[in-house]
Design a protein around this ligand. Structure first.
Ligand code: UTP
Length: 287
């Protein structure tokens, strides 16, 4: 299978998290002790991707510095306790995986960010991961999607059931016939009002695309929110190619919002056996 490349758009303004995102991308914000982008990278590597393409803004350094392994780090004068923490800073990117960093000059939208990967991706199909959609799953969502990609050999976008009242925050899919968790879609609408939402399935940040998407991204002009919208290119792709939606197995945290980010931190903190009980007691007291 030639599905080895994965694109991480990390060049958004992250305006909902200012001033925290003034000097670092939103994707460097940590859930407990790991930045969002590391969760996303680990999910991709675990699914077998070995060419990681980051679309960065002018806060590029933070991401490259994070993934750049520094074996010569001087830890000899640290206490034993601290050495244990440092030892957890293992090599995040294994030797067989490469990283490429491409700059998006201006944050003109997700579609525009993905288009910057055109040369790097070439003729191959590829995945896109939005690291601010953190998904806690037994088997990573990309891994789940690959199984279906192998079967259908078509583009796949991940979705979750949403409340219709929240449709204005999502790309919403339309379909004729339902199915279990894999549905052939007929249309997609960016951020419709609840009255105009064609279904209650919202798109979440995991995609597998055939490379036709690039020529379509080149064709479209600015859409909703004055941005080059990925949704508009997906709509065009539907005219010539089948696209499936996949309802993944897992819990998604929208870490692009303060509420989602806080929920993720609490949920991940409660996974830590050492602190879970103390945290539960603390939350109880607060309430
Ligand atoms: P969002 O719209 O969630 O991110 O984009 P944002 O624009 O950074 O956030 P706010 O609204 O200002 O708070 C979804 C994903 O697409 C990337 C973002 O980094 C995020 O991963 N993105 C968005 C880009 O890489 N470039 C863009 O021009 C826009």
């Amino acid at each position: 299978m030639n599905l080895k490349k994965v694109v991480f758009p990390v060049a958004g303004l992250g305006s909902r998290f200012l001033p925290a995102t003034k000097a670092i991308p939103k994707e460097m914000l940590p859930i407990i002790d790991k930045p969002l982008i590391q969760y996303a990278v680990e999910e991709a590597i675990d699914a077998g991707f070995n060419e990681l393409i980051f679309i960065t803004g002018d806060t590029k350094r933070a991401i490259t510095d994070h993934f750049d392994f520094k074996p010569d780090l001087n830890i000899s004068n640290l206490t034993k306790d601290k050495k244990i923490f440092i030892s957890q800073m293992h090599r995040i990117i294994p030797d067989h995986v490469s990283c490429q960093y491409i700059i998006q000059d201006e944050p003109l939208g997700l579609g525009h960010a993905i288009l910057q990967a055109k040369e790097a991706v070439g003729e191959d199909p590829f995945a896109v991961v939005l690291a601010d959609d953190l998904i806690d799953a037994k088997s990573g969502v990309l891994k789940q999607m690959i199984e279906h990609y192998q079967d259908k050999n078509s583009s796949i976008i991940s979705v979750q059931k949403i409340k219709k009242s929240e449709s204005v925050n999502y790309g919403i899919i339309e379909f004729k016939e339902g199915g279990e968790n894999l549905i052939k879609i007929t249309n997609i609408v960016e951020k419709p009002s609840p009255e105009n939402a064609p279904s209650n399935f919202g798109v979440v940040g995991r995609y597998i695309f055939c490379n036709k998407i690039f020529s379509l991204l080149e064709k479209i002009s600015v859409g909703v929110d004055n941005e080059i919208q990925l949704t508009d290119a997906i709509k065009l792709l539907l005219e010539t190619s089948p696209i499936y939606s996949y309802e993944f197995d897992g819990t998604r945290y929208d870490c692009g919002t303060k509420l989602g980010f806080t929920k993720a931190n609490i949920a991940f903190a409660l996974k830590d056996r050492e602190n879970a009980n103390k945290l539960k007691g603390f939350i109880k007291d607060l309430l």
